[in-house]
Each structure stands twice: as C-alpha cells, then as structure tokens.
Design a protein around this ligand. Structure first.
Ligand code: UT7
Length: 325
C-alpha cells in the first residue's frame, strides 16, 4: 500500500569559529584534560562569539543542508528549530531561521525538549509531512549553551558547547514496507518527575532571568542508558528490525561512557555508533545532526543506510527515530 514517508534529502552542520580545549578550560575552573577525557570523552568544544547567535548557526547549517538536498529554500513550507537557547524569549528562533533562509511561506516554530529536541522536532515534522500539512521541511537543532553555563561550576561547564545541524525532509510516496526510504518509526517520551536532576535555575516566567544549567550528572547518567535503550527497543519492535541490522547509530553526544553502555546493552559493535563528542562536547539539540553530518561526510551514511537516532535530556525527555537514508 502506498504511503507518504519523510525522506531525508540533505544534512548540514555549522560550528562556531572559536575552539576551547580542555586545557583552556582548566585555566578557568579546577579541572584537567585527563579528568574530562576519562569521564566524558570530550577534548574540545566550540564557543559562539559575539557575532554568532543560535539563529545564525542554525541558518548556516540549514543552508548547507538545502544545498546538499538541491532544494530551493522557497520550496520549504515548514521550519522547526529544536533549541533550549533561543536568541530571545520570543519570537521563535525558527522564525528567524525561516527569514534568514529567505522563506516567506508556510510556518516556523521552536521545539523545547533540550537534548532530545532534535528527535522531538523530527517526529513533529514527520507527522506534518505524513498528514499532508507540509511538503518539505527544514529541521534544525541549534544551541548556544555556553550562554547558560555557570562558568564557575566545573561539574557542568566542561561538558557543553555550541553548534547547529539541520536536515531537509521531503514527503515522498513509498511502498509502505520497512524497506522504504525515509522515517520508518518514531517514539518520544517524557517524565517531569525528574526535573530536578537537569534544569536551568531561571526563566522569564519565574526569575525574569535566563538562569544557569544545573545537573546531577551521576543521576542523569544512571537513567540515560536504561531510558535510551528502552525507547530504541520500542522502535525496533515497531519495525521488526534486530539491533545488529541497523547500519549506524547516531546518538545524542553527551558522554562516551553512556554510548559504550548502550552498545553493550543492545549487543551492537561499538564501531556502529557514531561518536563526535570529543570534537564539540554536548551541544544539546544540535548534537544528533552534527553527528549525522559527520557520518555523511565520512561516507558512513549513504542511500539505503538504516540509521537510528536517539537522545535523552532535561525534563526528562527522551526518544528515538529509525530512518532509512
Ligand atoms: O545531555 C543531557 C544528558 N546529560 C548527560 O547524559 C550527562 C550524564 N552524566 C555524565 O556524563 C557524568 O555523570 C559526568 C561526566 C557529568 C560526571 O562523571 P561522573 O563519573 O559521574 O563523576 P561525578 O559527578 O560522580 O564526580 C566524581 C568526582 C567528584 O569528586 P568527589 O566527590 O568524588 O571527590 C566531583 O567533584 O569528580 C569531581 N569532578 C571533577 N573533577 C575534575 C566533577 N567535575 C569535575 C571536573 N574536573 N570538571
């Protein structure tokens, strides 16, 4: 039976110019390159300059994705930006990205699911496309987390960085089988009981400030492997694939030890798991499209590749998307 699927036509990414190494950070807080690498796998992160905003990073990433897709921005009728660090409280950063790309039709809005934001945004875009409410979408994950970090808190400031990534989706008729191209299954979850483990201690409606990121890393770590594996298993059951039939896992890049733990739990070879966090740290909603872009540029993702995207973040929120490139 013919169905509409959201086919990924292009991917792009953009990182700020300025790089901050672990040694650079050890001059600001009491830490070492050795501790950061051993506990997280991170070696450096990119930090946005005064002339760089979440929207400008997002525009650059989306522009590259559109060029690769060979699609003119004026043919886009949906722009979704996943971000927890919008340029302003409003308007949505997605609207600025829409304008920056020269798009004046359709709609644009932000999605706030922190590190799971890209998985949430892809799921929403997929539903718009399948429902016939849009034909071509740009889905962006963009963050300037450096601006909500407490640069005196060594337990958090060493982990995060800035960046953006984007994909272009197009609604295309497919056969309705698991061999189709495009997004095959999505599952998103949340549980607000865990707010206190990962949150920002400010906001326009409470403190009237932006606030700083606060995290109980050890507790988040404890939940991550179990929740992420669980949601991936659900998506595998929905499509009837076994973990080792997936060509590539493109996870949220928070901690190398979490990714190793997931590989062990699902019994998949670690070389099927794309790891880019050593180069840019945890970039929240941007990290999956940054990793996807890396895998594409390394020719590890090509037409027909079966890719699993997954994330967990503040809220807690978590989710997974299975797609065939
Ligand atoms: O993206 C959203 C999801 N986020 C995550 O998935 C993050 C999950 N959590 C983690 O990745 C890890 O828990 C961390 C990398 C954040 C921390 O690793 P850990 O092995 O859980 O360390 P810990 O928090 O248990 O801290 C161990 C020790 C503590 O000292 P004591 O109490 O044992 O004396 C910390 O004070 O390491 C100390 N510490 C540091 N030492 C040097 C904490 N941060 C640092 C630091 N440099 N930057």
């Amino acid at each position: 039976m013919a169905v509409i699927r959201s086919v990924i036509r292009g991917v792009g990414a953009h990182l700020p110019k300025r790089i901050m190494t672990n040694d650079d950070i050890s001059k600001i807080v009491d830490t070492t390159d050795e501790w950061i690498v051993e506990r997280s796998g991170i070696r450096q992160r990119h930090i946005a300059g005064d002339d760089e905003l979440t929207s400008t990073l997002g525009i650059a990433a989306a522009h590259k994705a559109l060029v690769r897709a060979g699609i003119d921005p004026t043919d886009i009728d949906l722009v979704i930006c996943a971000t927890a660090t919008p340029d302003k409280t409003f308007p949505a950063t997605a609207v600025k990205i829409q304008a920056g790309l020269g798009i004046t039709r359709g709609c644009a809005f932000d999605v706030q699911a922190v590190c799971s934001g890209f998985v949430y945004a892809l799921t929403i875009a997929d539903n718009f496309l399948k429902a016939g409410q849009a034909k071509r979408a740009v889905v962006v994950g963009a963050e300037t987390f450096s601006r909500i970090l407490d640069w005196t808190d060594r337990a958090t400031c060493v982990l995060f960085g800035d960046g953006a990534g984007a994909v272009v989706l197009e609604a295309q008729p497919q056969h309705g089988t698991r061999e189709d191209r495009g997004i095959l299954a999505t599952r998103i979850r949340s549980d607000g009981r865990y707010e206190d483990l990962l949150y920002v201690d400010g906001g326009p409606g409470s403190t009237k400030t932006v606030g700083h990121l606060r995290m109980n890393g050890r507790e988040v770590f404890r939940h991550a492997i179990q929740k992420i594996s669980g949601v991936m298993e659900e998506v595998l059951v929905m499509t009837g694939y076994a973990p080792d039939e997936i060509d590539l896992y493109i996870p949220h890049q928070a901690n190398a030890r979490i990714l190793d733990g997931i590989a062990k739990k699902l019994n998949v070879s670690p070389d099927k798991i794309v790891m880019t966090l050593s180069k840019h740290g945890n970039t929240s909603a941007a990290s999956i499209p940054l990793a996807l872009n890396h895998a594409f540029e390394e020719h590890r993702v090509k037409e027909g590749s079966l890719v699993m995207l997954e994330a967990m973040g503040g809220g807690f929120t978590w989710g997974a998307v299975l797609a065939r490139w």
